[in-house]
Design a binder for this molecule. Sequence first.
Ligand SMILES: [Zn+2]
Length: 125
Amino acid sequence: MTHQPSHEREERAPTPIERAILALLLEKDGPGFAEYRTQVEAVSVRSNCECGCGSIALKPDPMVSSRAASGLPTVVADANVILPDEIVGGIILFQEDGFLAHLEIWSVADPLQFPAIEHVALSGI
Ligand SMILES: [Zn+2]
């Protein structure tokens, strides 16, 4: 599935499902995670793909969130999407320059929206 960037959508608050997924992805501890957790508390999001998937751009408010150190991996965390009992895709959280930048959902078949949290399982990276 090819993602098709769009820059026309409006910024909005994350949905409860998006918030739950961000919290799950940042649940474990890793480099920069303390800062990333401050960023998701005051984050705006924007749907940024026209392929039909739920991928969103993340815009943390720099006034109320801490920037993670530079030089950290671009991929912050990832998870598998399991519907109902097979892996049908995954979710990847990216950062740029110390700030969370993108929450991508990919799929092996049709584009996916972010699923309920019980269908998301962290994968170890
Ligand atoms: Zn897409």
